[in-house]
Design a protein around this ligand. Sequence first.
Ligand code: NAD
Length: 495
Amino acid sequence: MERLSHWIDGKAVDGASEGVGPVFDPATGEQRREVPLGGAAEVEAAVAAAVGAFPGWAGTSLTRRTGILFAFRELLSRRKLELARLITAEHGKVLADALGEVERGLEVVEFACGIPHLLKGSFSEDVSTGVDAYSLRQPLGVMVGITPFNFPAMVPCWMFPIAIACGNTFVLKPSEKDPSASMLLASLWEEAGLPAGVFNVLHGSRVAVEALLVHPDVAAVSFVGSTPVARAVYARATSAGKRTQALGGAKNHMVVLPDADPDAAAAAAVNAGYGSAGERCMAISAVVAVGGVGDALVDEVADRARALRVGPGEDPASEMGPLVTGAHRDRVAGFLDAASAEGASVVVDGRRDLPAGGGFWLRPSLLDRVRPGMSVYDEEIFGPVLSVVRTADLDEAIALVNANPYGNGTAIFTSSGAAARRFQHEVQVGMIGINVPIPVPMAYYSFGGWKQSLFGDTHVHGMEGVHFATRAKAVTARWTGASVGGGSLAFPTNG
Ligand code: NAD
């Protein structure tokens, strides 16, 4: 059995103070690797390496830093199929999805390659006679990223390219369910010429995370995962004085108005509901059928869901792979019994006609006449289960979206600009799609939800990412005619 290592100070390091965890091939159900679970000793080593590397890296010129980022970008682009294969092997998603994930991560690396421009301060000449005012942004120190299983390459790439480009050093604590992608990313950084200790990978689970959150040498924490853990991470890290952003879970609604293109809406619901087996934080979980569209939409989505080819992610014919673990598959399947007991109708039952073998299989499921108060509506399922909720009109649909405690993504399908405009204005959600079911922002915008989908106020990547990874200085300088010690220095605008 292959045992993974941590990546600390530019080398593979063993250390399993908290034991080891299994890494499965979800398509066969077999354990393929074991991952060491770090504890206090491994956290100490990883943070010490990042502390040691910080002065040198922060003092490296922007030109040199950018050169290394470009080299990393080239290597990642060249090795993207290899990375995608690793993701498919441990997460289960089909190879096309895994490649898509790598591409989206690569876009953040490309954004970070523009760091000389992104870090430019501002300058005001002669704010007073002989006095200039300007601003600088400087790195924070050691930044930590704690990431979920569902995007083992993309979500870390939301964080570390910008953190490192800004001059910080980084400790990544990836999901223990699919940890291999982060090790390939570490080796690409090394090949790109990143100095040892700037990027470190520490494997582990709760114990490692909790030690990182309170470590005195950690300056900032970026977390992405489920809402209960995000809430706890945010509380603990902020009370330890860390700058923290904690992105949580989701329950994303797709509102379909009677004037929507019915084929486009059905295709979008199927792609966004079942793609990557529904294990996306931007997956559509609830389709809101407005007015009379429900019956036809349910029929069309049901036909398409039944026709989806479910199989191993490496098979090019597969459109949906297995779920990440057996325990997660069983939890998702459990929602189907609960839904029918609570009065929803099970239109397509994904527990039938499963592929042979011991993989963590579940086919797409479709539920109709779902309502708030049912567990299938109230809880994040994070699997291939789409619920249809019916509303009389757009008012009711908007009220439904806004009453939900999550606010990650949402979409509206309509041919009315006025309805779309009203929707984007009134919904209390961070990311909105108009005839786009999964509105993941481009790297140069920022990703993040509202309400219980984000603890903290800063979204990831884009300019919010640059701000999160730096702190500002404002300088007021007098070089000519200065009368040092004069009282007017403190308030130079009067002259
Ligand atoms: P998770 O919350 O179980 O784990 C996330 C990370 O936290 C992992 O690295 C894990 O090791 C660690 N962790 C788990 N339990 C912990 C604990 N008690 N204390 C400290 N650390 C702990 O999430 P997951 O199952 O890996 O990922 C799926 C979840 O992530 C879903 O809820 C999904 O919506 C969410 N997600 C959100 C976004 C977003 O952008 N908002 C993006 C991707 C995934």
